[in-house]
Every structure is written in C-alpha cells, then in structure tokens.
Write a protein that binds this ligand. Structure first.
Ligand SMILES: NC(=O)c1ccc[n+]([C@@H]2O[C@H](COP(=O)([O-])OP(=O)(O)OC[C@H]3O[C@@H](n4cnc5c(N)ncnc54)[C@H](O)[C@@H]3O)[C@@H](O)[C@H]2O)c1
Length: 274
C-alpha cells in the first residue's frame, strides 16, 4: 500500500498531534510502528488506536534528550521487528521569549529537545536504516526553520539547526550511495497541543499566547499534515512544506531575502500579545 506496507517505522513524540497522526496513518497503510513519547497517557491512546487498526505496534516511554536510552531503544526496535526502515524525528516543544528576557536554561531546553533529540534519533537509527537497504530519515523542522520571528529565537535556532543537519545528511547519503532517503518537514500552523504545552519567559502569559496560536495561526489538522508528510516521504522529497501558510511564507522569504525581517516584526507585534 503506497510503499509503507511491511515497513518498520519509528515515530517519536507519538502521544499527541502530528506524531500521533503520523503513527496512525502509517499503521493504516500497513506499517509496523514503534511509537514513543514522554507522555505515557497520550502514548497509550495512540497504541490503542493502532491495535484497533490491527497494526503491529511497540510502545515505549522515551525521552529524546536521553542519548544512551535512545541508542538502546534503537537496538531494541531492531531486535523486536528484525529491521528498521524509517524514523520520524518528530518530538518537540515550543517556548516564547525575547532573547533579553529568556534564561539560558530555557534556550538550552529547546535546543536539547528540538535539535539534539533529532540528532540523537538520527544517529541511533542510521546504522539500522543503512542496513535495511531501504531507509528513510524524516526530520521535523518547522516553518520557523525557514524564517525567524521575534520571541522565537530559541525555537528558530533549533529548527534552523534541524534543517541544516538534515539537508547535509541527505547529501551525505547520496554521496556515499547509502540506501537512505532524507526528508526535512516544515509545518506551518497545525492544530495540535504544542502551544498549550509550551512555556514562556517570565512575565509573558503562555496561556494567552496559546490562545492566539489556536485561534489565529493553527489552520491545518494533524491528520491532513500526516497525509501531506507521507506523500512527500513516498516521493522521497528533500523538503515538504505543510499547509498553505508554510507555502505562502516560504515564497515571501524567497522573494524578500532578509527583507522579510522588517515586514514580519511589524505584523507580529500586532498579532501576538506583548
Ligand atoms: N503544531 C505546529 O503548528 C507545528 C508547526 C511546526 C512544527 N511543529 C513541530 O512538529 C512536531 C510535533 O509537534 P506537535 O505540534 O504535534 O505538538 P504536540 O505537543 O501535540 O506533540 C509533541 C509531542 O512530543 C512529546 N515530547 C515533548 N518533549 C519530548 C521529549 N523530550 N521526548 C519525547 N517526547 C517529547 C510531547 O509529549 C508530545 O506528545 C514538533 O517537533 C514541533 O516543533 C509543529
């Protein structure tokens, strides 16, 4: 079924949002699914849905920042299913705060989960993906890995880093003739719990920011996002923009170069609470 049947796929952050939708859609298309999250309640919901579909599933609590655990997990997935074809490095968190008022620990936490989590997952699984003869690394960056926004320096840094890491990896796999495709995913606003789970610098109202995101910025459902991502994976695309906002803003950045920064800061200060 569209190239996913019988594949062993790994999805991090599968207890909610895009990760949950990806895991379920992959299960529907005949994949064997290894799901993980720090949120074990959310993960149990995904596991139940996969079992209801009849998809073979392995569910584990995994914190993507814990490198040693990730390495052991990769071996455990291989041992369980006998091979690994695809990893979706999807787990992520959001944080809002200008550089001036953000603590070092807040910025480090975002880099740990959103960037190092992707590096840990990629490196832990890469040997297995190469060995499979038919591997795929799918790393979730963001529209914020294409343009920067005030208040998002930590998230922007992590997501730009994911993009650079992923685009380099794709070329390495091609240059070495390794049988591993690589796709970088750039979602626009997706209707998930990300903003409600997010933190903010002291003095900012994280709840109010989440409400603005939910009401004004999140327009694509996670189910639709999963379908768009899997279509790009099937076609082994280098990059996938998810949602009309991602497509439009990508063009704006291409057309304006660094000029978008002057445009955006004015718009953002009108949309977001200060
Ligand atoms: N929702 C959006 O608008 C949007 C836009 C662009 C990019 N993204 C990216 O998409 C990915 C998925 O986000 P989502 O919108 O589905 O959010 P979500 O909050 O609904 O889901 C994220 C999941 O990641 C898990 N997670 C967080 N920290 C973790 C850790 N250390 N280890 C393991 N799991 C962890 C959470 O428990 C949660 O289940 C993230 O990388 C996010 O940055 C989302």
């Amino acid at each position: 079924m569209e190239g996913f049947a019988g594949k062993v796929v790994v999805v991090t952050g599968a207890g909610s949002g895009i990760g949950q939708a990806l895991a379920i859609e992959l299960g529907r298309r005949g994949a064997k699914v290894a799901i993980s999250d720090v949120d074990t309640d959310g993960l149990a919901v995904t596991e139940e849905k996969l079992k209801a579909i009849g998809a073979p599933v392995k569910a584990d609590r995994l914190d993507v920042t814990e490198r040693e655990a990730f390495l052991l997990y990769a071996d455990a997935v291989k041992a369980h299913f006998g091979k690994v074809n695809q990893i979706y490095n999807n787990a992520g968190i959001a944080f809002t705060g200008d550089v001036e008022i953000s603590q070092f620990k807040d910025i480090e936490r975002v880099m740990d989960v959103d960037f190092w989590g992707v590096v840990n997952g990629t490196k832990a699984f890469l040997p297995h993906l190469i060995e499979s003869g038919d591997g795929h690394v799918v790393n979730v960056s963001s529209l914020f890995g294409i343009f920067a926004m005030p208040g998002q320096s930590a998230y922007n840094a992590a997501k730009f880093a994911v993009r650079g890491f992923t685009e380099s990896l794709r070329q390495e796999m091609l240059a070495k003739n390794h049988p591993v495709a690589v796709t970088c995913v750039h979602p626009g606003g997706i209707k998930t719990a990300i903003a409600r789970n997010a933190t903010a610098a002291e003095g900012l109202d994280a709840k109010e920011i989440a409400q603005v995101f939910d009401k004004k910025l999140a327009n694509t459902t996670p189910e639709r996002a999963a379908k768009i991502i899997l279509e790009a994976v099937r076609k082994k695309k280098a990059r996938v923009l998810v949602g009309p906002d991602a497509k439009v803003l990508d063009v704006v950045v291409r057309l304006t170069g660094s000029g978008y920064q002057r445009l955006f800061q004015g718009v953002v200060s009108r949309v977001l609470p200060t």
